[in-house]
Design a protein around this ligand. Structure first.
Ligand code: GTP
Ligand code: MG
Length: 690
């Protein structure tokens, strides 16, 4: 266990003690700060592999050395040398409360910002772009609500993360004062010991301000230079023509208003809150909420891939229209773009192992990340608009009436619906769920919901079967998936209830409705996109490249274009033991194993793998050529619907939970559930005379 010392610092009333209590859950040690009657409250908590001692510092407005509270805080920073300071800033009074944060960041880079009371900020129409402020300050900025408990775990994670990285000090431009600051800094640097304890620039500023403590320090350590320093200060005062402390403080306030917060906060104008009763009606609300969210879901996916409209059109016989819609959907346009790039590269390099590595390895890796961009962007734009306008909590109320019967809260409507299209935004949208346990439960279960990619495979399988079984296959598989989700959810829910003795509840601040602000919606979208690209994107990209290696290298490490000779096929042959009980046998067994193995990366690859290994061009004919029995096809359909959806989902589960245990548990749970049910389906279908 490593030990960390963390101080909570902030202006009075920003919420330090409230956050302190939430972080430490009670057991505190109360003493007095040395030589004073001011209470010192501290507590040690265990988090991950850390023992974190948290100290609640007294509320102060700035880091001068006048009041007792200020002296206590500054001595704590300098003498106790904490591993990190958490500077609390009140989201309801950003301009004022950032002042202390700015002062702290000039003194130490071992700090991060927690923006507090975000629960009420939203209902007052205050929207903050935390990412932008983070970039401008150079330290992490974490929104928290101590009252609702949101952001607290993220704060702890960021605390640990930040203590591992060296940051830089904040540098504010003091205009005309700059040459004097530099002048004083140069003199101060003579005393190495002094400038190793305090940043030289900070000392210079405090000296200019006439800070009592710094004055004393300088006089003591640099007695021979003291006159010179005082002269520089006199010269500065003449130049500025006013009190230097006031000037410095004014420049800080300007920095906060004109640089730090500029374009980073939107204060929405709230219309007088009308109360649309319809959102609370026990009969209409559930229907209304689910339909609005479902309609939104349809729209998003139609723009992205054409699905499910394409499938519907095809079934109605408008095949040409369906093809057209699909061709001009966003994801197909992206694929065309990269196909053109691939063709160009092959044209230049010829068909060599190297060009295969570039196109099927690197570019395919990039594509597998990029195809998600429009989808996530549109989903997040839509969600952002719902959230910002205040409509989302109202829809959650309606959905809650319905979902609470299944041990879920109204928040679950989003992940459940979105996952029908794609599990990645489905898992991402669990962020809106305030209850930690429910969120984990949904992260674990939403991947069981068959997404569009899985549907495409299921459709081929059902076409290969034909007849009644073929017609029933897809609806039955969907039904089975939903039953699995509901059942597992209920089991997990009962476990939780034993632990936390709480009913599913909907903790909602109902903000007034207002029209969505594009800027705020865009922040929301960009925040999620960036998260996906940086966190999940890297994992997806790297594994795609590794998988190229496995598919193009033989067990003796030679290059191969024949999938049957590759390491992947070699592994697939090992899967035969598991496939036999599902009725897969004979020389094509490895192809099924190989297809399922690639399906781990993305379900789209299953059909491609079968086509590539059988050498039959049409996916349906290729599948038929495997000669699998009806019970086997049924069990495979169920297995494909339920086992790990794709690498991207796994990557996003990891990046959302930052926990390998949860990620691996999900994989194990999915594989075992899928396999057991597939086995069951095989044996049941065997009994039916067909
Ligand atoms: N809505 C909401 N209110 C909060 C939150 N955190 C604190 N408050 C309220 O803000 C007020 C001040 O909170 P404290 O925790 O006492 O603030 P403090 O920073 O410790 O104040 P001092 O000790 O006086 O410096 C209290 O009324 C809290 O209930 C929050 O996350 N959400
Ligand atoms: Mg307090």
């Amino acid at each position: 266990m490593s030990k960390l010392l963390v101080g909570l610092i902030g202006q009075p009333n920003v919420g330090k003690s409230t956050l302190f209590n939430v972080l430490t859950k009670g057991n505190v040690i109360v003493s007095n700060w040395p030589g004073t009657t001011v209470e010192r409250v501290e507590s040690t908590i265990k988090y991950k592999e850390y023992e974190i001692k948290i100290v609640d510092l007294p509320g102060i407005y700035g880091l001068s050395y006048f009041t007792l509270e200020e002296k206590i805080s500054r001595n704590f920073i300098v003498e106790e040398n904490p591993d990190l300071l958490v500077v609390l800033v009140d989201s309801l009074a950003l301009e004022r409360t950032f002042y202390l944060a700015v002062e702290v960041l000039e003194l130490t880079s071992k700090a991060l910002i927690a923006i507090t009371k975000v629960d009420i900020a939203h209902s007052k129409g205050i929207h903050v772009n935390y990412d932008l402020i983070e970039k401008r300050l150079g330290v992490p900025v974490v929104p928290v609500s101590a009252i609702k408990g949101s952001g607290v775990e993220e704060l702890l994670d960021k605390i640990i993360e930040k203590t591992r990285i060296q940051g830089r000090l904040l540098r504010i431009d003091y205009g005309e004062l700059e040459p004097f600051i530099t002048g004083i800094e140069d003199v101060l640097r003579v005393d190495r010991e002094l400038v190793s304890k305090y940043p030289a620039r900070w000392l210079a500023l405090k000296f200019l301000e006439g800070d009592e403590e710094v004055e004393k320090l300088v006089k003591e350590k640099l007695s021979d230079k003291y006159r010179e320093l005082v002269e520089i200060r006199e010269e500065a005062r003449r130049r500025i023509g006013r009190d230097l402390a006031a000037y410095i403080s004014m420049r800080k306030m300007h920095f906060i208003r004109d640089n730090l917060l500029k374009n980073a906060v939107v204060y929405a104008r709230l219309e007088r809150a009308r109360s649309p009763r319809i959102f609370y009606n026990p009969y209409i609300a559930p229907l209304l909420s689910t339909s609005i969210i479902f309609a939104l879901f349809l729209l998003v996916f139609i723009v992205n891939t054409g699905y499910p409209l394409t499938t519907i059109l095809e079934h109605l016989g408008y095949t040409e229209l369906a093809v057209l819609l699909e061709e001009y959907s966003l994801s197909s346009l992206i694929e065309k773009l990269f196909d053109a790039l691939n063709n160009y590269i092959i044209g230049v390099l010829g068909e060599t192992p190297f060009s295969s590595f570039i196109t099927d390895g690197i570019i395919a890796g990039v594509v597998s990340v990029v195809v998600f961009i429009p989808l996530i962007a549109i989903v997040m734009l839509a969600l952002g608009a719902l959230e910002d306008s205040g409509l989302l909590p109202r829809l959650a109320i309606g959905a809650h009436i319905l979902l609470s019967k299944f041990g879920l809260s109204g928040h679950a409507i989003l992940p459940l619906t979105l996952s029908l299209g794609c599990n990645v935004p489905g898992v991402m949208s669990t962020r809106a769920i305030p209850n930690h346990f429910e969120r984990l439960r949904l992260i674990l279960l939403t991947p069981f919901i068959p997404c569009q990619a899985r549907l495409l495979v299921l459709l081929v399988l059902s076409a290969s079967l034909g007849g009644v079984i073929g017609a029933l296959l897809v609806p039955l598989v969907y039904l089975a998936s939903f039953l699995v989700v509901l059942l597992l959810n209920y089991v997990l829910y009962l476990f939780e209830k034993r632990k936390q003795h709480e009913e599913v509840e909907l903790l909602l601040e109902i903000p007034p409705l207002h029209r969505p602000y594009f800027k705020v919606v865009w922040w929301f979208t960009w925040h999620h996109l960036k998260h996906f690209l940086v966190k999940a994107g890297t994992i997806i990209f790297l594994v795609s490249i590794i998988s190229w290696g496995l598919q193009h290298t033989t067990p003796t490490f030679a290059y191969t274009e024949n999938p049957g000779e590759s390491i992947a096929a070699f592994i697939s042959r090992g899967l035969e033991v598991l496939l036999k009980p599902l009725g897969v046998s004979g020389e094509n067994t490895w192809i099924v194993g190989y297809a399922l193995l690639l399906g781990f990366l993305a379900k789209e690859l299953i059909l491609g793998a079968i086509v590539a290994s059988t050498g039959v061009n049409d996916p349906l004919d290729a599948y038929r050529s495997l000669g699998l029995s009806i019970p086997t096809s049924v069990s495979l359909a169920l297995f494909i619907a339920l086992y790990v959806p794709c690498l991207a989902t796994i990557a996003i589960i990891y990046s959302e939970t930052k926990n390998w245990k949860t990620t691996i548990s999900t994989i194990v749970l999915m594989l075992s559930t899928a396999y057991l049910l597939a086995l069951l389906a095989y044996n049941i279908t065997m009994l039916i005379p067909l």
